[in-house]
Design a protein around this ligand. Structure first.
Ligand SMILES: *Cc1c(COP(=O)(O)O)cnc(C)c1O
Length: 469
């Protein structure tokens, strides 16, 4: 049934005005609990949606109860934060879309302490004069990595940009074709090169690059030899690339600086975990490389940041580049980095205390026991769903350790009467949102990334989502 013209007029005239709703007892209650602009916007939005559907000839529910309920929902939506905690049940530890590294308690405490009051951010307590913000992270970084000097900027993309701009602006930068990578869509080596006004000099082929390729490309205008970690992909088969040691020797011979964009930047030796593809920052520094850059929030497990370590002569120049000011980190990030570097002074403790390392290198038994706990609790509350704990594998994520597969355990859900895609969407929209993984006809909750404290809200979110059917 559709409304004719006079019926439409009639319906529109029944609709209360913004003012009437605002002055009602409900309106007064909203105004005393929420900001006026949000209450006003919510009333206007709900009324205009009703008006539109009347004009379209439909008959919307415009009883006062419905209007009040819809306005209240709108108010709640508009007055809640957009950035909220979520439960990561994907098993991907360094999930860029879910905020990468989760931070240890000690770091959070230091962020709170520094954020809450004043600090000696740029104040020298010895002399009472102006100090430098970068000294707070320099000492520990040098100590941990063995580098001559260190400097941190906003993220690794910024670090690469700043290094290229300082060392190689207007000059040629030699890069292997197999390393012209794109990371997460926004960081592409050729684009960063262009933004820094350095000239990209590609050498070798996609699968093989030899030392002579680099050597033959050197000329009077060569400013830098750059090696880039392939991060999120792997070339397998008939392949060859040049070791950083050999590039360093080549650079020395021709007096050309050598830089390594390590991407993840691991500060621990991962060989005891069977990972041989990810040399530590310390090992790379030992080769005598000029500059290394890496992220703070990938394998390192800290806040977002681009860490630059290497030879003092380059770091000093980089620090003096006017662009360094535009890319500088704030006091909360400095507080976080200093606290996490302190953890790394004791490697064994770091593995336990830093969540990224802890989640990656926990034993399969520990993951299985959390998966079983989730499954048991779910079996008690939900019906019509096949629930079992299955063995699977997860990835590190964030372009880190691309070829490493980590054995994991997940709770597999096969619901009746609702598709796994619908269940996945409901979980995403629940509070707190739960991000899961679909595999074939099951929905997987990978226990690797589900922390102990996530279990009760996770179970609740799944139960509610399955009850809605
Ligand atoms: C992740 C990554 C980047 C970008 O680092 P951000 O900290 O995300 O800016 C650059 N290069 C490599 C090789 C990477 O893996």
């Amino acid at each position: 049934m559709k409304l004719n013209r006079s019926e439409k007029q009639n319906q529109l005239s029944i609709l209360p005005s913004v003012d009437e709703l605002l002055k009602s007892s409900q309106g007064n209650e909203w105004l005393s609990n929420y900001p006026r602009t949000i209450v006003l916007q919510s009333i206007r939005d709900v009324l205009s949606a009703k008006r539109k559907s009347i004009l379209d000839g439909l008959i919307p529910d415009i009883t006062i109860e419905t209007l009040n309920r819809e306005i209240k929902d709108k108010i709640l939506k508009l007055s809640s934060y957009s950035l909220v905690p979520v439960i990561n049940a994907t098993g991907i530890v360094i999930h860029t879309n879910l905020g990468r590294a989760t931070l240890p308690e000690k770091i959070l405490k230091n962020i709170l302490a520094i954020g809450r009051g004043y600090s000696n951010l740029e104040y020298d307590l010895e002399t009472g004069k102006r100090g430098k913000r970068h000294i707070h992270t320099k000492r520990l970084l040098k100590q941990i990595t063995g580098a001559e000097d260190a400097f941190i900027v906003n993220n690794n993309a910024a670090a690469v940009l700043l290094c290229l701009k300082t060392i190689a602006e207007g000059k040629e930068v030699i890069v292997s074709r197999s390393e012209l990578v794109e990371i997460g869509g926004s960081f592409r080596v050729p684009d960063v090169m262009a933004a820094s006004n350095a000239i990209l000099k590609e050498v070798g082929t996609t699968n093989k690059t030899h030392l002579f390729d680099y050597k033959n490309a050197i000329n009077k205008n060569t400013g830098l030899i750059l090696k880039v970690h392939q991060s999120n992909y792997k070339i397998i088969g008939f392949t060859d690339d040049v070791k950083i040691e050999d590039l360093v020797s080549l650079g020395k011979k021709h007096r050309i600086p050598v830089m390594f964009d390590l991407g993840s930047g691991c500060l621990l030796d991962l060989k005891p975990y069977g990972i041989y593809s990810e040399p530590s920052v310390q090992e790379i520094i030992k080769t005598g490389v000029g500059i290394i850059s890496f992220s703070g929030d990938k394998l390192l497990g800290g806040p977002q940041g681009g860490i630059i370590v290497g030879k003092q002569k380059y770091i000093e120049k980089i620090q003096k580049n006017p662009m360094a000011r535009a890319l500088r980190i704030d006091k909360l990030t400095i507080a976080a980095f200093e606290a996490i570097f302190m953890e790394y002074l004791d490697r064994e403790k770091a593995k336990k205390e830093i969540p990224v390392l802890n989640m990656l290198f926990q034993t399969p038994g520990e993951i299985r026991s959390r998966a079983r706990r989730i499954a048991t609790l779910l079996q008690k509350t939900v019906k019509n769903t096949n629930i079992e704990v299955i063995k699977d594998t997860s990835k590190a994520g964030g372009g880190s350790l691309p070829e490493a597969e980590f054995p994991t355990f997940a709770v597999s859900l096969k619901p009746e009467g609702i598709s796994v895609n619908d269940l996945e969407a409901r979980l995403r929209r629940s509070s707190p949102p739960v991000i899961s993984r679909i595999k074939g006809h099951s929905l997987l909750l990978d226990a690797r990334t589900v922390r102990k404290e996530d279990i009760p809200p996770l179970v609740k979110a799944v139960s509610i989502s399955l009850f809605q059917q």
